[in-house]
Design a protein around this ligand. Structure first.
Ligand code: PLP
Length: 403
């Protein structure tokens, strides 16, 4: 007899535990916008993606509640059945205007968008029997797991280029020159684990030179970077073909979007299963997004404070000999090295009231386990001072390299 499913799963979990990679869900409590552990101890939150504090903003909460009250708790169906309402289209129009794009399309989550839009674009066939049009994908090695998932689901070969290495990308594109099919370049604008930025203007040029399309994930830039928080693609004057972003990070709500040309959106409505075969976003989420989009352009002051907080933390970490990996955003890694040391450092900080979660493989490459600080504009001066003092006191200087 074969082993039962549970027996196989248990064996896998035991192997993860043996390798000290077993993860468990930890419950947190939120009281009036501050983070508490299960024992009720308040912590300085340096690990959340609610970068502008919008999930707690009175206007965002009120519009979410108001739209739920007025339109109901859930959407009645998928978008192509009865799930498209005037409010759905109005939010999409607002998003398109915010991103300076012709059109935008809502998705249930960023994971769902990347996992299904990439195959829909890479599998593009114009007619039946159109097999010579084999496309190719070019993907930064540090792209998010959801993009990797999309690449694996695509009927296209994926060429992985070294992180932010445009010479390497150029070389790979040249090797594929003359081969038929649309080439698609994938990158994040702000990388989620390193906090560094892609050079989008250079990528736009490179894509043009090779006749490739450019797909940019703005999960961590939307609301935070670019003119009025419109993301980094907004600085490229329409050179990015496909802009993807999430609504559950700086916008404080939930869901995701794709923005681009009207034709792109019409195509996805017809040919992207992750859009077609799923229930529309509920009114409360639409209300929250609608309010967040009203607020974000006017939050330059908050964005400045956030950038300033991140710079102060980077300066402190650099003084203490930590590599912050080219971070120039609100995401600030402090590379520790081994998984055990990263976990121990996170635990030490948590004991003294600062939550900076340890990130380790497979999320990041082996040997680069790190503390990942994700700051928010809601950290006021007193709290920020406490955060810096705590790090200075309880995170020992990183030992110098021996080689
Ligand atoms: C968070 C994240 C996603 C996934 O978005 P969700 O809406 O949380 O599913 C996609 N890409 C990147 C770069 C992310 O950081």
């Amino acid at each position: 007899m074969d082993a039962s499913l549970d027996a196989l799963l248990k064996a896998r979990l035991a192997a993860l535990s043996e390798a000290k990679r077993l993860r468990r869900l930890r419950p947190w409590q939120w009281c009036h916008g501050t983070l508490h552990d299960v024992d009720g101890r308040a912590l300085i939150d340096a690990s959340s993606n609610d970068y502008l504090g919008l999930s707690q903003h009175p206007l965002v909460k009120a519009r979410a509640a108001g739209w739920a009250e007025r339109y109901g708790a859930g959407a009645p169906a998928s978008r192509l059945i009865t799930g498209t309402r005037d409010i759905t289209l109005a939010v999409e129009e607002k998003l398109a205007a915010f991103k300076h794009c012709e059109a935008a399309l809502l998705f249930s989550s960023g994971f769902q968008a990347n996992a299904t839009v990439i195959p829909a674009l890479a599998g593009l066939k114009v007619g039946a029997g159109d097999t010579a049009n084999a496309p190719a994908i070019f993907s930064d090695e540090l792209n998010h797991a959801s993009m990797v998932h999309g690449c694996r689901n695509a009927k296209a070969k994926t060429h992985v280029f070294r992180h932010r290495d445009l010479d390497h990308l150029d070389e790979l594109l040249r090797q594929q020159a003359g081969k038929p099919g649309r080439k698609l370049i994938l990158t994040e604008s702000v990388f989620s684990m390193d906090g560094d930025r892609a050079d989008l203007p250079a990528l736009v040029q490179l894509a043009e030179r090779h006749g490739a399309a450019l797909y940019v994930d703005e999960a961590h830039a939307t609301g935070v970077l670019g003119p009025q928080g419109r993301g980094l693609a907004a600085e490229c004057g329409g050179g990015v073909d496909v802009v993807m972003g999430t609504l559950g990070k700086a916008l404080g709500a939930f869901g995701a979007y794709i923005a681009g040309s009207r034709t792109l959106i019409d195509y996805l409505v017809n040919c992207c299963p992750g859009f077609i075969y799923t229930t529309a976003l509920p009114p409360a989420v639409l209300g929250a997004v609608d309010a967040a989009l009203d607020l974000v352009p006017g939050m330059d002051e908050d964005r400045r404070r956030l950038a300033d907080n991140a710079q102060r933390l980077r300066d402190l970490l650099a003084q203490r000999n930590y590599d912050t990996l080219g971070s120039s955003t609100q995401i600030v890694p402090a590379v520790i090295g081994s998984e055990e040391d990263a976990l121990a450092a996170a635990q030490r900080l948590e004991e003294v009231g600062v939550l900076a979660v340890a990130i380790r493989p497979p999320t990041v490459p082996t040997g680069t386990s790190r503390l990942r600080f994700a700051l928010g504009s809601t950290l006021d001066e007193v709290t920020m001072q406490r955060l810096l003092t705590t790090v200075a006191t309880h995170l020992p200087p990183h030992p110098p390299k021996t080689d």
